[in-house]
Write a protein that binds this ligand. Structure first.
Ligand code: FE
Ligand code: CA
Length: 539
């Protein structure tokens, strides 16, 4: 951890001693347009700008959804909150009046906020669901910070976050974690308690952050919402806000930055591009489904620590993007939902060359990167399993197995060896799985060109809620020798990364039926620099 001063002082920074003496800071103020909402950046000590809104008296407990941060860059990180004194109010307004509200924020080096390095004000509004997204810039690379928000006398919990290492820097051992699939009513987020203890540098959430509907009544004391399948902005807001009322969810968000991407259930089960598949949405017209996507994306943005550049434009949202972790890792966060061809139910059709998973633009964006990257570890962080699984399952063609020519295009590029140490990360199947990427899955003798880790669900099960047997099986499928490990039970995966090794722990919790649980590691598979694929290293 470094704690040197940021090199460049930006407009929304606290004035330095020199600046205070010269009064130079007094001119350092400006208005920024942030995603259509006006963010007013104030300099402490300067004459206060006219407040563009007087929110009047507000309810207490504005910060009931906690705080979060995300998408760290070497000099910036997004900090987030949403004002919602009544997060589950069914009108989706969170108990807020229909007025704009100025939200003050500050970022410090220390938890006591004695060394504040940036502060400012964000004017939030009803059309943002009273969410706050501040892209805090001008920070030092590879450094931890603390942040908090204030509205009137109400002060948020303190969050901790960090910036990425500088370009060209090789950081020390880095801990990444992946999470996916966390239906609220299926159980408690004990997996996040374990993840919190891991002290991750970055958490990648790979989708199904919430579900558009519950399986049934909640159990184990988990609250069941009096709404069915999400059909409106209010429905989506309430469902996703419910996730953030959870203390373990709030604690992990407050402890580390997240980088998120959605899967299907943030909109509707197994949707593909403009095509719905399940539930009430299945009967939607094109116009209706696009309106549903617009509502879903809007609520998703409102609740996630995303940059304002990702604020959705109607039924479109820019989700795929790239994060760099010095020379150590480049993380390609993919969008496997908005641009994909519809699922097929005939395996032969999976080889149709016209079928796309990423869409032509994203596929090329990825292939260009994989052809030029110089990072040690090249990560594809995405939703659905990439590895071939020849065991037919009902949902199989929702995965990359249903998009084989598009997958082969990526494998062919990896086979050139330009992208060092490819690592695919995925979720979606509510089970752990680890295996090797083959240049040609039809030929077991073909070269291994990378590895995939699939992390099990935080809580979601496909049927019965609550605990399921915890099992671990190695080399479990003779028909698919590239599939090395499968584990069941609830948990997540954790990665300890150095320039030489990528060590992946398949983590489990004993129970999600109680608010706390012991945790452990089912198996560890390690990748070594320059040797594509993973090897079992424990137990
Ligand atoms: Fe899921
Ligand atoms: Ca899914």
């Amino acid at each position: 951890m470094r704690a040197d001063q940021p090199k460049d002082v930006v407009e929304n920074s606290a004035p330095s001693g020199d600046e205070l003496r010269t009064g130079r800071h007094l001119t350092r103020r400006r208005f920024l347009q942030v995603g259509g909402a006006t963010a007013v950046l104030l300099v402490p000590g300067a004459q206060a700008l006219a407040t563009p809104a007087n929110p009047g008296r507000l309810p207490e407990g504005l910060f009931g959804l906690g705080v979060a941060s995300g998408d760290p860059l070497p000099d910036a990180v997004v900090i987030w909150t949403r004002l919602a004194p009544e997060p589950l109010a069914l009108d989706g307004n969170g108990g807020m009046p229909s007025r704009k509200v100025p939200v003050h924020w500050e970022v410090a080096r220390d938890e006591g906020f004695r060394q504040v390095v940036r502060r400012g004000m964000f004017l939030t509004a009803p059309d943002l669901g009273h969410s706050v997204h501040v892209d805090v810039t001008g920070l030092a690379s590879d450094s931890w910070y603390y942040y908090r928000f204030r509205v009137q006398r109400d002060i948020s919990p303190t969050g901790r976050t960090r910036t990425a290492p500088a370009e060209g820097q090789t950081p020390g051992t880095t801990t990444f974690a992946i999470a996916s699939c966390q239906r609220f009513t299926d159980g408690y987020y004990t997996a996040y308690q374990a993840m919190l203890a891991d002290d991750p540098d970055l958490v990648l959430h790979l989708g199904d952050y919430f579900y558009e509907k519950d399986n049934g009544p909640g159990d184990f004391g988990r609250q069941h919402l009096p709404i069915g399948e999400c059909r409106t902005l209010a429905d989506y807001r309430v469902r996703i806000a419910q996730i953030r009322t959870d203390p373990d969810m709030q604690a992990i968000h407050a402890a580390a930055p997240f980088a998120v991407t959605f899967d299907d259930h943030e909109v509707s089960g197994n949707w593909a591009g403009d095509i719905p598949e399940t539930g009430e949405a299945a009967d939607d017209t094109l116009e209706e489904f696009r309106a549903l996507k617009a509502a879903a994306f809007r609520s998703y943005y409102e609740h996630m620590p995303l940059r304002a550049t990702q604020r959705p434009d109607g039924y479109r949202i820019q989700m795929y993007r790239r994060l760099h972790w010095g020379t150590l890792a480049t993380i390609n966060l993919l969008d496997t939902r908005q641009y994909r061809s519809d699922q097929i139910y005939d395996d032969a059709a999976a080889w149709d060359p016209n079928r796309t998973m990423l869409g032509a633009t994203q596929q090329q964006w990825l292939l260009d990167e994989l052809s030029t990257t110089t990072a040690t570890w090249n990560v594809l962080a995405q939703q659905v399993p990439f590895l071939e699984d020849s065991v037919a399952s009902i949902n199989r063609n929702d995965k990359w197995d249903g998009y084989r020519v598009a997958r082969q295009g990526i494998l062919d590029t990896l086979a050139t060896g330009t992208a060092r140490n490819p690592i695919v990360l995925s979720g979606d199947i509510h089970a752990h799985r680890g295996g090797n990427l083959k240049a040609d899955f039809q030929d077991p003798g073909s070269a291994t060109v990378g590895a995939e880790y699939t992390g099990t669900s935080i809580t979601s099960s496909s049927g019965v809620v609550g605990d399921q047997p915890i099992t671990a099986a190695h080399n479990y499928d003779p028909d698919n020798p590239h599939l090395l490990f499968k584990g069941t039970g609830r948990g997540y995966a954790r990665f300890s990364v150095t320039p030489d090794t990528w060590t992946g722990d398949f983590r489990f919790v004993d129970t999600i039926e109680a608010p706390t649980s012991p945790a452990g590691t089912l198996a560890t598979y390690t990748a070594y620099d320059g040797e594509p694929g993973i090897t079992r290293t424990s137990p």
